[in-house]
Design a protein around this ligand. Structure first.
Ligand code: ATP
Length: 217
């Protein structure tokens, strides 16, 4: 089987920014929003915005733009954010804890039902209301929850071993926050999130930043 690729991945990545803007427009009482306005606000080309939004199958009205409520619904539905996705998190360290407490993900339908860790001080506790279990019980707990999604925030050296257990218990998708390149079957969905790559870009931009011209004396 061929590894799953999302043809419109850059468009999908922009959808949350559109959603944020359109929700704001709704709070301000707007009924319609134009692609040109969205493009201006987000420093994009209008054609790009229209192309991106077309993947949600929404149609704009000539001269009026998109009906705000329908656009919100279309984006949320396309992303699956109008449904609850149950997940487990493995590795309840600093990053894992931050993710468990990140309300935005909950608003997007992600519901972490259980966390797993090796640290005896964490096992049996609750982090942001989420119960923490021993990683040794992964194989019993996950099938009981019937969860298909896992967030992986263990140290990189533990990532492959945990992944193999997750595959055995029927996990279908891993959101991987570790540095490890996971070896997985092609049928498994893996999204690798590397906070350092965004920071690397930021650092290079800071290094290359042109100092402001000093005012003439
Ligand atoms: P902390 O300071 O709480 O240890 P951290 O984020 O600095 O957090 P890491 O070393 O990155 O620590 O580990 C992340 C979490 O993963 C920790 O809570 C750790 O106990 C846990 N952990 C380490 N190895 C495993 C493993 N094999 N299975 C599950 N959890 C693990």
């Amino acid at each position: 089987m061929v590894k799953q690729k999302v043809a419109a991945a850059p468009s999908v990545r922009r959808l949350p920014a559109y959603l944020h803007l359109v929700r704001q427009a709704q709070r301000e009482g707007l009924q319609y929003i134009s692609g040109t306005f969205i493009a201006q606000e987000l420093s994009l080309e209008p054609i790009q915005v229209r192309k991106d939004l077309s993947i949600t199958r929404i149609m704009g009205k000539p001269k009026k733009g998109y009906a705000v409520a329908s656009l919100i619904g279309a984006i949320e539905h396309f992303l699956g954010w109008d449904r609850t996705r149950q997940a487990v998190l493995v590795g309840a360290g600093n990053l894992g804890t931050a993710l468990l407490g990140y309300q935005e993900l909950q608003r997007q339908g992600l519901h972490v039902v259980a966390a797993f860790d090796v640290n005896p001080e964490k096992i049996g506790s609750r982090i942001h209301q989420v119960p923490v279990f021993s990683v040794a019980t992964l194989e019993q707990e996950i099938p009981a929850w019937g969860v298909k999604t896992a967030l992986l925030t263990v140290p990189s050296q533990a990532a492959q071993e945990i992944t193999e257990i997750l595959i055995r218990v029927g996990i279908e998708g891993i959101w991987n926050f570790t540095k490890a390149k996971l070896r997985v079957p092609d049928t498994l969905v893996v999204q690798k999130e590397d906070l350092s790559s965004g920071y690397a870009l930021f650092c290079v931009m800071m290094q290359n930043r042109q100092p402001e011209a000093s005012p003439p004396s």
